[in-house]
Design a protein around this ligand. Sequence first.
Ligand code: KIV
Ligand code: ZN
Length: 516
Amino acid sequence: MEKQVIIFDTTLRDGEQALPASLSAREKLQIALMLERLGVDVIEAGFPVSSPGDFTSVQMIAREVKNARVCGLSRALEKDIDACGEALSVAEQFRIHTFIATSDIHVDTKLRKSQDEVVEMAIKAIQHARKYTDDVEFSCEDAGRTHIDYLCRMVEAAISAGASTVNIPDTVGYTIPSEFGGIISSLFDRVPNIDKAVISVHCHNDLGLAVANSLAAVQAGARQVECTVNGIGERAGNCSLEEIVMTLKTREQMLGLQTNIRSQEISKASKLVSQLCNMPVQANKAIVGANAFSHSSGIHQDGVLKGQNTYEIMTPESVGINKNNLNLTSRSGRHVIKHRLGELGYKSDEYDLDEVYTAFLKLADKKGQVFDYDLEALLFFNQQKHEDAYYKLTYLHATSGHNIIPSATVSLELGEKSLTKSATGNGPVDAAFNAIISAIEGHDLDIVDFKLDSKGEGADALAQVSVIVEYNHRRFNGIGLATDIVEAGVKALIFVLNNMHLADQIDQQKQKIVGV
Ligand code: KIV
Ligand code: ZN
């Protein structure tokens, strides 16, 4: 049997659909390029029919990604499949993924169709998708709760209709490993044409079993695993890419299976997804949590010093975590920073060294010592900045304290114009936000979320603020970084304003094109 397990990443589809605010097309492309470097075989880039924004970002990813197959999701409907075909046609290699629910509970309650009608819809959808490409994947939604006789019938029909991959999702994360592995074994035993397609699995984590179920399925013969970076996704998330990949790698001798993943890129991919999606990774998360490779108890520390493999089953380096022996301060030169970033896995063409170094010096002056997490945060913000931003912060002064009314004065550049506004609020951040909102009067926006996080340790740590704003029935996300909480908040809001400005410009261009 094939030894290679195909890694199908759905961070940008199942993962992204669960976020409180959508990622911008630029952010999605950044993640897609990271997934390409990571070595995933298939990138599910989105659901093109769901919105014009999704269509555009799938198309952009399809155009840019060269070393992975780009895939789009569609219901078993012609219009969905046509949107996928159109968005993906610019790709070097692409896949159309179409799905329909197969469990009684979904067929009766959601689809309100007979089982025969659902099989017919699936066949028609697959045949329609085959007009665009030979690479068609079909998913039996809620397969985990589907009667095995009907599942066998559906899988056989899908393969006969031309699906080259058939996916068996545990959509609601209900099954347990022996049961899910059993479903896959039954399909191999009972579906006569099963050897004509790759069997894939897609497990949700409602009972914390997504990785275990995927592994059981692979042991039963599945050769594609659908997963997401950091396990993000609907509700409790999806099978975590880093966990399934490192399980297959660490236990390769026992399992005899391989993937194309460059595991040294895992830590970077995890940080990028966590930052852009604003989804912190819990410290004790396997593989990518801050504590995944730290040993606390004296006995463990003593053991690891005597021999790393006493308490470590894989090395931090194998997932791209490199320990730092350099003391980075304002006396460190540019080449030291470049060298350290290289050790952390960042190539010099991924950032502007002059800008990162200037930001590093400013931070080193404020903090004394700069740590890896500071450096990575600076780099991330260097990569996120808006080229030729319309809104720029030129001055900020805020006061707060006990028994005084918090107030703030903010000066902004808005294109060619400069404006200064002052306001009060229930705290200095609120006051600064009120000043900014009065400077951009006429924009009806609502701040729906504000989160403050510290990047690193100690009272001098960098503050990261993320803000979600609702504007014109859409949600925009922004993040800001500074040692000062108010400044970090203001930067986050200005980031959002620049995202809104870009979206307004795109809308105006579209209106011109359609002549509205
Ligand atoms: O969970 C699920 O069933 C899905 C399908 C669309 C594959 O995400
Ligand atoms: Zn799913």
